[in-house]
Design a protein around this ligand. Structure first.
Ligand code: GLU
Length: 501
């Protein structure tokens, strides 16, 4: 980042001396506006920038675009930083706050005014609004009519509020090249004398973004294609400053599962499907950050038909050439599948650490100790999210207070109580630290009582221990519960059956 004291001539000299971006090392930026939570589409932009920087041994900059003082909040900045940290997308430079750079924008405005590339506009907002409405009613595209463009800059208009407008040149390129979208035509009809600085002195987005991207020597602007319409105005401003124009790569947006634009208003509907507009929600829903990065990268970018990528692979394989042109449609099933794959690859200890927080949501306070590691190990092949894993682990902490009625019908037929009693009586002779010992004992019970059919022993037992017939291996469950707890749960089930029969 340039020091604030650096003079404009210094900046220009540097920019001109570079003479182009070809030989420069890659510098990219993620530039969120802190006006709300970090949007999942924004995260995808951050990821693409980050990976592009890594792939080209470049620099990834985080710039917080907070010049809209009304809507920017510190809480939103905090959330952006937290989310990027969670996703392990650490910036090489920044966070740089635009609000710390107001004097740089002022210097740039002075330069433009001096060059006659900008002018002060004293038109009253109400009058402009009237003209805009008029254009709308006549089905014309509204453009500023240039009233103040012709004003003599030396004329003293007195103490009146003013904006600063860009003096749009007559000549403009007929297109720009986008690294994702290809050649994009520039429509002169849409280029007007847009506002650089508002009447309250704050710079507009189109102005500050160009100043910052130029001063920060950004080589590639990778951002959502909702900004395509801004790019021609921005290119004209680079030219007015004689700054080299960076390369643009406009990414297709991220859409909801039904293919329509993501909308915050539909959050509840999304939540039920296991997705959200807000990245922070994914953490709460039990997704692993690496899985989310893998999923979002792959959404709209491909490398042959590979689905699972290590971070190293993403950093060496990611390229803009293979980013598609159509919107990335969020697919909850695929996200969960990728998450499940990552869960299986995660160490028991790391899973236990994650489970601690999710279990506390259920009022269970535990440490990530050896027992919790074993619990995680028993559930990692059957959980798509950490939330699901926590949910499925509850029976380890709480003995069942009721039993699944369908399973009762199926597995607790007359005679079931005797099976449970027999198992309980055998327990003292078993080595609970070894699942194999439990397995052997149950197998021999099966040959004694159920013609060797282990399921006929295991299912009634599972129902007694967990309240359902879906759980990790019953030997594993018994071993983790331990002799005392297993015995207690069997006794309770026997009592239940004694009352029933
Ligand atoms: N602050 C803008 C946004 O959040 C950044 C756009 C850009 O990358 O130029 O949309």
């Amino acid at each position: 980042m340039l020091a604030r004291s650096q003079t404009m001539s210094g900046i220009f000299a540097r920019a001109t001396q570079l003479g182009g971006l070809m030989n420069q090392s890659v510098r990219v930026r993620f530039a969120p506006s802190p006006t709300g939570y970090l949007h999942i589409g924004g995260v995808r932009t951050a990821i693409y920038n980050y990976l592009f920087a890594r792939r080209h041994q470049g620099v990834f900059i985080l710039r917080i675009e907070d010049t809209d003082r009304q809507r920017s909040t510190r809480e939103a900045v905090r959330q952006i930083l937290d989310s990027l940290e969670w996703l392990d997308l650490k910036p090489d430079e920044g966070p740089i706050l635009q609000s710390d750079r107001l004097s740089i924008y002022q210097e740039h405005i002075d330069t433009l005014l001096k060059r006659n590339s900008a002018y002060r506009c004293y038109c009253a907002p109400e009058l402009l609004e009237k003209k805009r409405q008029q254009a709308i009613s006549e089905k014309r595209t509204y453009k500023y009519d240039g009233t103040c463009r012709k004003r003599d800059p030396n004329e003293d208009p007195g103490e009146r509020p003013y904006t600063v407008r860009f003096r749009m040149p007559d000549q403009h390129p007929d297109h720009f090249n986008d690294l994702i979208m290809g050649a994009i035509p520039i429509d002169g009809e849409r280029l007007d004398d847009w506002i650089l600085v508002r009447s309250d002195g704050t710079p507009t987005y189109n102005f500050s973004v160009v100043v910052d991207d130029a001063c920060m020597r950004i080589t590639h602007i990778i951002r959502g294609n909702d900004h395509v319409a801004n790019t021609p105005s921005q290119i004209m401003l680079y030219r007015a400053f004689d700054y080299p124009v960076p390369q643009f790569a406009h990414m297709p947006l991220t859409h909801g599962p039904d293919g329509s634009k993501l909308s915050k208003r539909r959050e509840e509907e999304y939540r039920k499907l296991g997705i959200s507009v807000s990245v922070q929600e994914y953490r709460k829903m039990g997704y692993l950050p690496q899985a989310l990065v893998n999923y979002l990268t792959r959404l709209g970018w491909s490398h042959k038909d590979q689905e699972i990528f290590s971070r190293e692979e993403l950093q060496t394989k990611f390229d803009l050439e293979h980013v598609g042109k159509s919107p990335g449609v969020l697919d909850p099933a695929k996200l969960k599948w990728i998450n499940a794959t990552y869960i299986k690859q995660t160490s028991d200890q790391d899973l236990a650490n994650l489970l601690v927080a999710h279990l506390s949501d259920h009022g269970i306070r535990v440490e990530a100790n050896e027992r919790l590691c074993r619990i995680a190990a028993s559930l990692k092949i059957r959980s798509e999210t950490i939330v699901e894993m926590a949910q499925k682990s509850l029976f380890y902490f709480h003995a069942p207070t009721e039993y699944d009625p369908n399973s009762i019908k199926k597995w607790w037929k007359p005679g079931a109580k005797e099976i449970l009693t027999k198992i309980r009586e055998d327990i003292p002779s078993l080595d609970f630290t070894r699942e194999a010992s439990i397995e052997k004992a149950l197998e021999s019970l099966a040959s004694e009582l159920t013609e060797g059919k282990l399921g006929k022993i295991a299912q009634p037992l599972r129902l007694a221990l967990t309240g359902t017939t879906v759980s990790p291996s019953i030997f594993e469950v018994m071993s983790i519960l331990g002799i005392e707890e297993t015995t207690k749960r069997l006794e309770r089930a026997e009592q239940y059956l004694a009352q029933r029969d």
